[in-house]
Design a protein around this ligand. Sequence first.
Ligand code: GDP
Length: 294
Amino acid sequence: MFENLQDKLDRAFKVLKGQGTITEINVAETLKEIRKALLDADVNYKTAKTFTDEVKAKALGSNVLTSVSPGQLLTKIMNDELTALMGGEASELDLKSNPTIILIAGLNGAGKTTFTGKLANYLKSKGKKPLLVAGDVYRPAAVEQLKVLAEQVGVPVYANTESKDPVGIAQEGIAEGKKNNNNVIIIDTAGRLSIDESLMAEISEVKAKTNPHEILFVVDAMTGQDAVNTAKVFNDRLDFTGVVLTKLDGDTRGGAALSIKSVVNKPIKFIGTGEKMDALDVFYPDRMASRILG
Ligand code: GDP
């Protein structure tokens, strides 16, 4: 991941380090290179510009020009800025309520069902007792897939394949969970291939009738700028509480991680790093920043 960006940053820093004397012009040129690298990595223009403007202001304010190792200092400033841009601290799930209700949203193929299984596995390892609710009324295969994953991680599933009413199923699932003392209820929802009004109306209705404590928006990091646009539409409608970026194990350029937080102002809470049930990591902005900068 981020290989392209990192290569480019390396090259940009080599330019900077190669200078006998570092001037404001050199810094500006380097930052221009960095901005180009960010744009190539699918970071949106506004985010990239804000980032380089901030870095420039800090760099000039901290005497980077006269510093012994300007490259190092600039790297540190960039690292701090990137970390801040991606939310600063890791953002924990709000699990205080009993039961905690978590709604999972996103487009088809984003990795919702896989993430639902992974999240159950993660919460189980933290001593929670999750119940999964199969809320995709359009694809019987999705319900089957959820059952298979639930079996793998050893958690129960509530499904009602007779019903075509996602709100009803979610409510029945919550009642079932309460009856069985499940302290986290995770509702997987239907997706669509692209955003459409009926999907949005339906998931808004599920939200309104279940009052979830967390609404996690799952998005495929490989879709780059589309991921950011989709996040914006879902957030305008659902006001979600966090983002899950999936498929960060491939050669994803990962610009979405930088842009989403600044565009929708919601934290990235988890990253998916593979198809297996344990391929889930809490999102740490500082680790991601170090990884980007190498
Ligand atoms: P849904 O339609 O949103 O429920 O998506 P699925 O959970 O069915 O996932 C779609 C495909 O992406 C499946 O083949 C998953 O195995 C795969 N997938 C999901 N998350 C990840 C991930 O983090 N990394 C990789 N490499 N594949 C993933």
